[in-house]
Ligand binder design. Structure first.
Ligand SMILES: Nc1ncnc2c1ncn2[C@@H]1O[C@H](COP(=O)(O)OP(=O)(O)OP(=O)(O)O)[C@@H](O)[C@H]1O
Ligand SMILES: [Mg+2]
Length: 283
């Protein structure tokens, strides 16, 4: 590996394919994530988001294509990739019987870091868990658990972190807290790839947003670029900018779900299924 490659994008994915038996989940996925940025992978249930995250974190082998993380190929340099990342899975991986602080100390010990106690206290403070630190995790709310889970994934300062649906099931306040934590991470130079089904989460957090649909990335761009894909909708006298939700539903097809949130309902959308769009320049 040359120095140049090491300075390239934090995450690089090309032509990724993955099937589970007959089910072709990924059919040629391409994207890149710039260092220190937040990249949101959006997609409906079952679109393959977790599959992408598992391949990038070396838990799963792709059938075809290449993927690199922090300059290391996920197949040939899997150990280096694992050293470069942390993964916060879709389901919280904290130990219920231990206290929050004990969970953090445990991970710091496993990573052979000096002064696990100080690391734990620093993270408890950063994630507003100091008061709850001594309590068993089984008494934590969903939001506290999530924050602890993210705090655990930061031990050892990995340059790249994967957050698979970090706020699913959280109430609005807890979501805001997690968002704050994620923004702070990126502010410190960590690269964040998050998957989400919440369009407002992507709007709030991501520098770039990619939509995974039917095995491919059908759009990839900044929020502003994605919004430009739809002309502003004329609603009577008011000119309204399309929301990310409009863009998403138009591109993905709403499968009869329009009206679920009451935010859409405009007519005359053109189907753009299956079209590859990469807006703007690649990071
Ligand atoms: N180990 C497996 N064996 C068989 N099928 C699988 C396996 N893992 C995932 N799948 C299927 O592959 C598809 C993609 O799954 P994946 O978990 O990647 O989707 P996702 O986008 O993360 O969905 P969600 O939003 O529900 O988390 C789904 O249809 C799922 O049922
Ligand atoms: Mg998933």
């Amino acid at each position: 590996m040359t120095v140049n490659e090491a300075r390239g994008p934090a995450i690089h994915v090309q032509g990724l394919e993955k099937s589970y038996k007959e089910l072709r989940v990924l059919r040629g996925v391409d994207f890149a994530v710039a260092r220190g940025s937040i990249f949101a992978l959006l997609g409906s249930n079952g679109s393959g988001k977790t599959t992408v995250v598992k391949i990038l974190s070396t838990l799963l082998k792709a059938d075809a294509g290449t993927a690199g993380v922090n300059g290391f190929d996920v197949v040939t340099r899997a150990a280096d990739v694992r050293e470069s990342i942390s993964l916060t899975g879709q389901f919280a991986a904290v130990d219920e019987i231990l206290s929050g602080r004990e969970n953090l100390v445990l991970v710091a010990r496993l990573r052979h870091l000096k002064d696990p106690g100080a690391i734990a206290d620093g993270l408890l403070e950063r994630f507003s868990l100091t008061d709850a630190g001594a309590r068993r995790v089984s008494t934590y709310s969903g939001g506290m658990r999530r924050r602890l889970d993210i705090a655990m994934s930061l031990i050892g300062d990995p340059p790249v972190i994967f957050l698979d649906e970090p706020t699913t099931g959280l109430d609005p306040q807890a979501r805001l807290e997690v968002w704050q934590a994620v923004k702070e991470l990126a502010g410190r130079g960590t690269t964040v790839l998050l998957t989400t089904q919440y369009l407002d989460e992507a709007e709030q957090l991501a520098d770039r947003i990619a939509i995974l649909h039917e095995g491919r990335i059908i759009v990839n761009g900044t929020l502003a670029e994605l919004k430009q894909l739809l002309p502003p909708a004329k609603v009577e006298y008011v000119e309204k900018q399309p929301t990310l939700e409009d863009v998403f539903l138009t591109l993905v097809g709403d499968n009869g779900k329009t009206g679920k949130t009451g935010k859409t309902g405009k007519t005359g959308k053109t189907g753009r299924h299956g079209q590859d769009r990469n807006v703007g320049t690649d990071a």
